[in-house]
Design a binder for this molecule. Structure first.
Ligand SMILES: Cc1ncc(COP(=O)(O)O)c(C=O)c1O
Length: 463
């Protein structure tokens, strides 16, 4: 491989612009197992493979951009969550992270439950055979139609998010001659993000009913009075991409405090507590996520301890990991279209997708890694910004990353850890077609969500 830098690419020895990066990695061809899925490796000539198939072949067969999902890795992570919590707790995969019928079948086979938060997610879950009693229905503004469908289907629980919804669900259940199992989602005054948790401004959000000021206690009072509802527990979700367990500790303490108040006021011990999702994953080598068994042990210990000191029997715990199951299992494969050097500034690498297949960078300033995957290279590292093809200067896929200085149009690059909130948040901005999701396993690749076509777009355009 040539050592010469691409003529349009500054070496890292040049003055570097400000950004989120550390020193270039010692070996740009190395694949950090923290950010790549289990079966990813490189062939002797440097081509990345997943599930035994190399990306050049995948690109030829399925085109780019495309998401490639490592099915063995998905199943292994789902199983790890299931076994970590054992039979005394329930794991609900948060379908908002990524949902398709194949994924629902895998979850069912691996013994997970499913959290859905719209009629569309419910329809996908039911059509792929997830038993209704293993589905939890979430959302801060479920429509009457959605509630009716969920109750008719017999979902295992509806998570109530407002005073109006308490009444709505109770009426619908009564009309349908049933009693709906429900939890009440509360806000406990903890908002956790990544490494810190902030104990202010957390109740100022659209989700849940605040514990503060007695609103949550009032919601419980009302729910307990309504014949159409069977109140089974309290739900709390404190944030996303969390590595530090201290936020959960405070949340569990406050939820258990409410359970104790409920016992004291109503003589009822609610049997369940749901601590939500939000467990972090590695997007770059700087992230250090915990293993499911460590998280399960920590959460179980926290809840048990809190219940012992409140003299309550320990409720059944449930959790709702989305990102931590599917996030690390997929990467997005792109073809490089242009490499543009702006003297003294940075190098822009444009790919054939962008904010329509990964909005997280623009939305949350999310950090990602990226690698050249159609070959190896020992060229000098070049600090790049990987951007898409959309008409927005904020159309950034990877803000700052080192790629080999000989990167050229036609090369394939891949962004790992795009399994969560990428395809599920994808859009048709600029009438760009949403990429397919291809599951790869044991030397075989199959499309589980097909690429959108121009006919799909035009079918909706009925004017
Ligand atoms: C109620 C609830 N549960 C679970 C999740 C899943 O979070 P994550 O994918 O970060 O685990 C979310 C995400 O927004 C959520 O709102």
């Amino acid at each position: 491989m040539s050592r010469s830098a691409h003529p349009a690419g500054p070496r890292h020895a040049d003055v570097l612009p400000e950004g989120h990066y550390s020193a270039p990695p010692a070996d740009l061809n190395a694949l950090d197992p923290k950010v790549w899925s289990e079966t990813v490796t490189r062939t002797d000539d440097g081509v990345l493979t997943v599930g035994g198939i190399d990306v050049k072949r995948l690109a030829e067969e399925f085109g780019t951009p495309a998401y490639f999902l490592d099915e063995d890795d998905f199943r292994a992570r789902a199983r790890a969550w299931r076994t970590a919590f054992g039979n005394d707790a329930d794991v609900f995969y948060a379908g908002k992270a990524f949902l398709s019928r194949a994924v629902v079948r895998w979850l069912h086979e691996e013994g997970l439950n499913l959290d859905v938060c719209s009629g569309g997610e419910l329809a996908t879950a039911l059509s792929a055979g997830m038993p209704a009693e293993r589905i939890a229905f979430h959302g801060n503004n479920k429509s009457v139609g959605e509630i009716r469908r969920a109750v008719e289907a017999g979902v295992g629980r509806i998570v109530l998010d407002s005073f109006q919804e308490i009444v709505r669900v109770a009426h619908i259940a009564q009309e349908l001659g049933t009693r709906q199992r429900v939890q009440i989602r509360i806000t406990v005054g903890v908002e956790a993000h990544t490494h810190e948790f902030i104990a202010t401004a957390h109740e100022d959000q659209k989700f849940g009913i605040p514990l503060a000021g007695g609103q949550a206690a009032e919601a419980v009072r009302r729910a307990l009075k309504l014949d159409g509802l069977e109140l089974i527990g309290i739900h709390s979700h404190i944030g996303s991409q969390i590595f530090d367990m201290s936020g959960f500790e405070v949340a569990a303490h406050r939820v258990v405090g409410l359970l104790k108040d409920i016992r004291d006021e109503h003589g009822v011990e609610l049997p369940e507590i749901d601590l939500g999702g939000g467990l972090g994953i590695a997007y770059t080598s700087d992230d250090d996520p915990r293993e499911p068994h460590e998280i399960a042990k920590a959460l179980t210990e926290i809840v048990t301890r809190e219940c012992e000191s409140a003299r309550l029997s320990t409720p059944r715990i449930s959790v709702e990991p989305g990102r931590a199951v599917v996030g690390p299992t997929a990467f997005t494969l792109y073809e490089v279209g242009t490499v543009k050097q702006l003297d003294g500034l940075r190098t822009y690498v444009s790919v054939d997708g962008g904010m329509s297949d990964n909005i997280r960078t623009a939305l949350y300033d999310a950090q990602y890694s990226v690698s050249l995957v159609s070959r190896s290279s020992d060229a000098e590292p070049m600090l790049c910004r990987v951007v898409g093809k959309h008409c927005e200067s904020g159309d950034i896929v990877v803000k700052d990353a080192f790629l080999p200085g000989d990167l050229a149009p036609g090369d394939l690059i891949a962004v790992p850890a795009t399994g969560a909130y990428c395809r599920s948040m994808a859009s048709n901005y600029n009438h760009v077609l949403r990429p397919p999701v291809v599951a790869v396993r044991g030397g075989e690749a199959r499309v589980i969500v097909r690429r959108e076509t121009e006919e799909d777009l035009l079918r909706l355009d009925v004017g």
